[in-house]
Ligand binder design. Structure first.
Ligand code: TXA
Ligand code: MG
Length: 321
């Protein structure tokens, strides 16, 4: 297991490290050094025009990275940082284009994890960090997941245990005329609106690119179907009868006769376990994953978003997978 000192030394050498946060693990490097940031893109296999989130030690760092910081950003940072909220703001001229994908905005977040905060405080600067998975894979929520993604290519991985939240931060764009949620997360719209008033949701045509907004992101390798609970057992039986090996991801107890994993029935518990469950089911070598579709209520919005993207590669064709 790597230590904080090893992590600091690696960052100062311009290397990328595995960093625990409360949402998912990040692949972190010095955000002020273009060559360190390019290393992240190379490791991930991610297109270079996708912007990265800069992780900072606290709200004091807002003005080091952003300019024209609106009062709403300060109010939200005061209310929710450290926490699972990324603020997209107009960037300062010094912020490397490698970090922002060449855009004139920068995403900033202070993570709520003791290891990340200790590292950021000791490091003193900002850490550019996307989720520590290869492009398009499921995000990692344990140090072992990160090692599984990168092996010896990323020798320094800080182990902060299982990520508490389990899915990526809410991204709020404050760089335009109206605040807009670019990616839903477990910090929900009503909590944000309670602090700054009405916000819009969903990317507008001229919004900055968010790679979490690509379909078929967060995808397990095995095709995934999303079905209502009452349809899961029958579909699993039917596909099994056709000779497919099927694994089921249920919300609450597994339907009778199904092989698979059961996640908690509440949104927080479900989010905490979702990515580890998708990885585990993927590893079982099934031909098809069937996930039970969660309720339509607002508190499941971010999870619908991730599940829909996970399923985007599979489709629901008439003739099966
Ligand atoms: O919870 C999280 O946000 C995790 C942890 C590690 O902090 N990070 C994460 O990073 O999910 P990544 O790169 O996998 O997703 C970051 C998202 C991408 O969709 C990216 O396009 C968007 O943030 N983003 C970053 N800077 C942006 C900007 N200036 N404008 C619009 N979107 C931005
Ligand atoms: Mg990601």
């Amino acid at each position: 297991m790597s230590t904080l000192d090893e992590a600091l030394a690696a960052l100062r050498r311009g290397e990328a490290i595995g960093l625990p946060t409360e949402t998912v693990y990040g692949l972190a490097a010095d955000a002020s050094r273009p060559e360190a940031v390019r290393r992240i893109f190379a490791l991930k296999g991610r297109p270079a025009d996708h912007p990265l989130i800069v992780h900072v030690a606290g709200a004091e760092a807002l003005d080091a990275w952003a300019c024209d910081v609106p009062p709403a950003a300060r109010a939200l940072a005061a209310a929710f940082w450290p926490g699972p909220l990324t603020l997209v703001l107009r960037k300062r001229a010094e912020v490397p284009a490698e970090v922002t994908g060449g855009q004139d905005t920068v995403g900033l977040r202070c993570p709520d994890h003791p290891v990340a905060l200790a590292l950021l405080q000791a490091f003193g600067g900002g850490l550019a960090a996307p989720s520590a998975n290869r492009f398009g894979h499921v995000s990692p929520t344990t140090a072992a997941h990160v090692r599984g993604e990168f092996g010896e290519a990323v020798p320094v991985v800080l182990d902060g245990g299982e990520c508490r939240v389990g899915i990526e931060s809410t991204i709020l764009d404050l760089s335009g005329a109206t605040p807009r949620i670019l990616r839903p997360g477990m910090l929900e719209r009503p909590a944000i609106e309670a602090v700054i008033g009405p916000v819009e949701a969903g990317a507008a045509g001229d919004s900055p690119r968010a790679s979490g907004t690509l379909e078929a992101h967060y995808a397990p390798r095995t095709p995934l179907w999303l079905l209502p609970r009452e349809a899961v057992a029958a579909a699993a039986a039917e596909q099994t009868a056709l000779g497919q090996r099927v694994e089921v991801l249920s919300r609450g107890p597994l339907p009778e006769g199904c092989s698979g994993l059961a996640l908690p029935a509440d949104p927080a518990g479900y989010a905490h376990g979702l990515y580890a469950a998708l990885r585990e089911l993927d590893a079982r070598g099934a031909r098809l994953l069937i996930a039970e579709r969660p309720p339509e209520s607002a508190d499941w919005l971010a999870l619908h978003d991730r599940l829909r993207r996970s399923a985007a590669g599979a489709g629901l064709s008439d003739d099966g997978p």
